[in-house]
Design a protein around this ligand. Structure first.
Ligand code: CA
Length: 226
């Protein structure tokens, strides 16, 4: 069941949308702040976002701009004014569609359905889904479209493994990647970092084992076990 996130500060409008979307078989979440929507989308991504432009904290435009730094989720803007529409149409904000208030909730639900339908073949046609995405600037790695909360060492370790799939790295080589001096204590700390990274990956997909242990040798990243 596709999940729709509604970001709208007017309860009456949100209510009509929720009613129409649930009637079409969608599940919904409703938030009234842009910042909350960004935080939620990082944790549990919705399949589509309906985003009001006039929000009490940051505008829908700003919300969308920030959203596009980490997500490709389709966005439908809700606009109260023609002037806003000019910006949606005129600028490359990354919206997929927009509707002007007052609108028919059924019409919005129909557009949601149309966009998701358009997206579906695209998703299945992708031969290799993006399992990991590395954002070196923000020192973050996403796994199956979810950002992992990694320590700096965990980030470097996972980045090193991901950059050369199937290559077996010894603990010394991984220590090198972390930029710390090798001694017996640090070798064991590699094991504990790996353990922690694995737990975080399993938090996204319970049976995932993309990091393989090679007894007596070290560790590798195996996309086949992702
Ligand atoms: Ca509003």
């Amino acid at each position: 069941m596709p999940h729709i996130l509604i970001v709208e500060d007017e309860a009456a409008i949100a209510d009509t949308l929720i009613f129409a979307l649930q009637g079409e078989g969608f599940s919904t979440t409703w938030l009234s702040l842009g910042a909350d929507a960004l935080a939620l989308q990082r944790q549990t991504p919705a399949d589509l976002i309906i985003l009001d432009i006039g929000l009490p904290d940051i505008s829908g435009f700003e919300t969308c701009k920030q959203l596009r730094r980490f997500s490709e989720v389709p966005v439908i803007f809700l606009s109260a004014r023609d002037a806003e529409i000019d910006r949606v149409v005129g600028l490359e904000i990354g919206a997929d569609d927009y509707v002007v208030k007052p609108f028919s909730p059924r019409e919005v639900a129909a557009r949601v359905r149309a966009i998701l339908k358009r997206m579906a073949p695209r998703a299945t046609a992708e031969a290799e889904p993006v399992l990991f995405r590395i954002d070196s600037e923000r020192v973050q790695i996403s796994y199956r479209n979810r950002w992992l909360s990694l320590t700096r060492h965990e980030f470097r370790l996972l980045q090193c493994l991901l950059e050369q799939p199937e290559r077996v790295f010894s603990r010394e080589q991984l220590l090198d990647a972390l930029g710390v001096a090798a001694d017996a204590g640090y070798e064991r700390s590699i094991d504990s970092h790996i353990k922690s990274v694995r737990a975080k990956l399993r938090g996204v997909k319970a049976d995932a084992e993309p990091i393989q242990t090679h007894r007596g040798l070290g560790y590798s990243y195996s996309p086949g076990h992702s």
